[in-house]
Design a protein around this ligand. Structure first.
Ligand code: KG4
Ligand code: ZN
Length: 362
């Protein structure tokens, strides 16, 4: 056993007795450099997020090389700010956790390498965390009594999944998008409407002034039974509507188009999520959580709430601060992994395409 392994096992033995852990968590999977310190999976002692959005605005989307370079520049100061916000030294922590996938590989590697260095230097247990597991765990930060089992709708820029959360570290995929993620569809439609990156929140703002009944977008795939989604066809229909109107010299109300698109997508998400929840056994059939960047969308929250209420399902949503990428949610998910006795070696790699049920199979 190496000296590092000896120190880690001593820490783990302590954790097994007390179940207490202050975890330093790092997130660099896309365009946010984030570090947080979370106590026992629930209490956020520090949460620092440096967003790269202004760097990517000129390009209308995330440029991977720019993202990686900015992470390299910011990771040190962001981690130092989190430690000082919590008033803690590295030696007072119990574990280091980091997102190791899915995400942009160059971006992931920055956080992963930094986290490994810290864990090794301080002799702390090291954990790699799945990005979707982190988004799901954002709900544990917002509601201290919320716990598995439950059904979760995860909607972000890279993912649209319905997941049965059986335990803190056990997931089963119930449904997923067959093509674009919901956030990706928001971003692409926003772009053709001439809205700046990131499209989702800007499209939501524009939609607030529009008429959601003005345009109709049907989607046979989404109307069918089953829990998978498809957003690519709806996105294309919006783009075509705009293009055809422009070609014909007809006026198009952009706000109405945004509102109609948003309404179509949120109704599909809400309908499928509620139906999928009702199909789950026991408590998971009565509890639905929302997660991922698109969970910040108020129209989606309202559509889910109204359908969940009618179906007798309790809905939980993360606080707005924990909807888009942050490291506090990573710290909470990592605590769940520690409770499940999981730990990762310092040889852990970044995995750009990491599926959530493969990850929990072992
Ligand atoms: O979870 P997240 O920060 O990053 C990924 O893991 O992908 O999600 C970012 C996505 C983007 O597509 C963004 O446009 C979308 O979430 N988003 C929204 C809203 N806020 C963020 N989409 C719709 N309405 C919002 N208010
Ligand atoms: Zn995310």
């Amino acid at each position: 056993m190496t000296e590092y392994e000896g120190r880690v096992f001593a820490r783990l033995r302590e954790f097994e007795q007390t179940h207490r852990a202050r975890i330093l968590a790092i997130e660099t999977s896309c365009d946010e450099t984030a570090a947080a310190i979370v106590e026992n999976g629930r209490r956020v002692l520090a949460n620092v997020v440096f967003t790269q959005i202004p760097l990517h605005v000129p390009y209308g989307g995330v440029v991977p090389e720019i993202a990686s370079r900015s992470h390299v520049q910011k990771i040190g100061p962001v981690v130092a700010s989190a430690l000082s916000e919590a008033g803690l030294a590295l030696s007072e922590l119990d574990a280091v956790a980091v997102t190791n996938g899915p995400g942009l590989v160059g971006a992931l590697l920055v956080g992963l390498s930094y986290a490994k260095g810290l864990a090794y230097a301080a002799g702390l247990p090291f954990l790699g965390v799945h990005h979707i597991a982190s988004h799901i765990a954002a709900n544990y930060l917002s509601d201290p009594d919320f716990k598995p089992p439950f059904t979760c709708l995860v909607v972000s820029g890279g993912h649209s999944h319905i997941i049965l959360v059986e335990d803190y570290d056990r997931y089963r995929l119930i449904g997923r998008t067959r093509d674009d993620a919901a956030g990706e569809a928001f971003d692409k439609v926003a772009r053709v409407l001439g809205l700046p990156y990131p499209g989702g929140p800007n499209l939501e703002t524009l939609a607030e002034t529009g008429d959601p009944d003005r345009y109709r977008f049907h989607s046979a795939f989404n109307e069918a039974d089953g829990f998978d989604f498809s957003f690519s066809g709806i996105k294309t229909a919006v783009v075509k509507r705009l293009y055809n109107a422009e070609q014909a010299g007809e006026p198009v109300d952009r706000a109405d188009l945004a509102a109609s698109f948003q309404r179509t997508v949120v109704e599909i998400l809400a309908e499928k999520a509620v139906r999928a929840t009702l199909a789950q056994p026991g408590e998971a059939g009565k509890k639905l959580a929302l997660a991922g960047g698109v969970s910040a969308n108020r129209a989606l929250r309202a559509a889910l709430k109204s359908r969940a209420d009618k179906a007798g399902i309790a809905l939980t949503c993360p606080d707005f601060a924990y909807c888009t990428d942050n490291a506090a949610m990573v710290g909470s998910a990592a605590y769940g992994r520690l409770l499940g006795g999981r730990l990762d070696p310092l040889s852990l790699n970044a995995i750009p395409y990491l599926s959530i049920d493969t990850e929990t199979a072992g």
